[in-house]
Design a protein around this ligand. Structure first.
Ligand SMILES: Nc1nc2c(ncn2[C@@H]2O[C@H](COP(=O)(O)OP(=O)(O)OP(=O)(O)O)[C@@H](O)[C@H]2O)c(=O)[nH]1
Ligand SMILES: [Mg+2]
Length: 411
């Protein structure tokens, strides 16, 4: 542990203290500081809300801000104030900060996120402990009509007084910098709407990095007052599973296409869908759309239920004619209300937090492992021996793990 603390440095430690002083933490840090010898006693006896009353979130944060330089503090204050007052420029700048690869800026992004999380928790406590925003993931094969659907639904929702943000996870942008998904030009109307915020996928980074920043961007959007967050991803690679793990509701959009085009849709992702929307149900496509609807309705009946309070449904809609769009949203609201009423939605969010923490740990540990000097030295030879059958995979793994944990080579 001391080794870990040493590696974290002063800033990391201070961030840890800062996190532990947030309202949801089970202990009162103020009292721990005043009575350092009686930590365990005060841990269990001081209720969380007492701490909240004695010392507001802002005071706790101010303590942590001591480690920031003047300009850094001013930057974070400006972003935070702009963000929670709903300024789109501040939201955009904050998302850029969480997307950065710069080590110090990454740390600043975490301080900002903690502030926004604390603010959001305050809002949730005013909302009876219920989430203040509804997160919906939309996936489907390339060209399924996802962006067109988001454009029409988004316009309908802003017309009803909602604030809608749209985030994209594009797996192709991670490797090629290219865009597999159509860009935001297909959301021309929505991108001009003052109550909508559209953010395309970052154009570089690993899928893990992109999905992490999307997760953090969701928190920032919610802090900026967007009560509906839509995350679009294309049904390629692992991105749709990652999106399913960061939203309250996962929607699969299927075009009324022939069997071959639908082959690429993974069975695993159909199991994750809370709602299937057969798109482009207009003109000549109504008949095939009905057929697909029947096929998917029967297929879903055979799948394991994910939720106690919701049975996945299959609906048809057309973004061109607008037919079925209000009905699709009505189904989404039904889902949200049912899941909120019995606490399943809140439970899903809690479980997701843990999944994400472990995803990030795995990614990081693997990175450190692969870049460890001892491992790097031994890896090519051992990989070669394993592929030739001269060394068993188990023995090779043991040797590499030994090299990784050996104190002499880790310095
Ligand atoms: N007939 C019909 N065509 C549609 C409808 N919605 C979308 N399209 C067409 O389908 C094509 C793809 O639409 P997009 O909304 O860009 O699909 P997408 O799933 O976002 O595409 P990617 O992001 O590239 O994967 C476009 O040519 C649209 O005009 C619809 O409701 N009816
Ligand atoms: Mg698109």
């Amino acid at each position: 542990m001391p080794h870990v603390y040493y590696k974290m440095g002063r800033f990391g430690l201070s961030l840890l203290r800062h996190i532990s002083s947030f309202p949801s933490s089970r202990t009162c840090c103020l009292h721990q500081r005043v009575f350092p010898g009686f930590q365990s006693c005060y841990k269990s006896t001081i209720p969380v809300h007492t701490c909240q009353q004695r010392r507001g979130v802002s005071t706790a944060l101010r303590h942590q801000m001591q480690d920031l330089s003047g300009p850094e503090q001013r930057l974070l204050d400006k972003l935070y104030e702009g963000l929670i007052s709903g300024q789109r420029a501040s939201l955009a700048e904050s998302i850029t900060l969480v997307e950065t690869q710069h080590p110090r800026k990454k740390e600043l992004a975490q301080v900002l996120l903690q502030k926004v999380l604390a603010y959001r928790r305050e809002q949730e406590s005013h909302n009876g402990g219920k989430p203040v925003a509804f997160r919906v993931g939309l996936s489907g094969p390339p060209g399924a009509g996802k962006s067109s659907f988001i454009e029409v639904v988004g316009k309908m929702l802003t017309g009803r007084g909602h604030k809608v943000s749209v985030l994209a996870v594009d797996p192709s942008s991670c490797t090629t910098g290219g865009s597999l998904m159509g860009d935001k030009t297909r959301m021309t109307e929505l991108s001009r709407d003052m109550n909508a915020f559209i953010r395309p996928s970052p154009t570089s980074g690993t899928l893990g990095g992109v999905t992490r920043t999307t997760n953090e961007a969701i928190v920032l959007c919610e802090g900026a007052g967007y009560d509906i967050v839509l995350v679009e991803t294309v049904g390629v690679g692992q991105s749709e599973f990652a999106v399913a793990d960061m939203v309250d509701m996962f929607v699969l959009l299927i075009p009324p296409a022939g069997g071959d085009e639908l082959q690429g849709i993974k069975r695993g992702i159909i199991e994750r869908a809370d709602l299937v929307v057969v798109t482009k149900s207009d003109g000549d496509l109504v008949v095939p759309a009905r057929r697909i609807q029947t096929e998917y309705t029967s297929a879903l009946k055979l799948l394991r239920r994910q939720s106690k309070s919701w049975n996945p449904k299959v609906v048809r809609a057309s973004s061109h004619s607008g037919e079925g769009i209000p009905e699709v949203w009505a189904k989404m609201e039904l889902y949200r209300d049912a899941m909120l009423a019995n606490g399943e939605l809140q439970g899903r969010r809690r479980a997701q937090q843990k999944v994400w923490m472990w995803n990030l740990i795995q990614e990081n540990v693997l990175y450190h492992f692969q870049n460890h000097p001892g491992v790097r030295d031994a890896l090519p030879h051992l990989e070669d021996r394993v592929t030739k059958g001269a060394v068993s995979p188990g023995l090779a793994a043991d040797l590499l793990l030994k090299a990784f944990s050996s104190p002499s080579s880790s310095s």
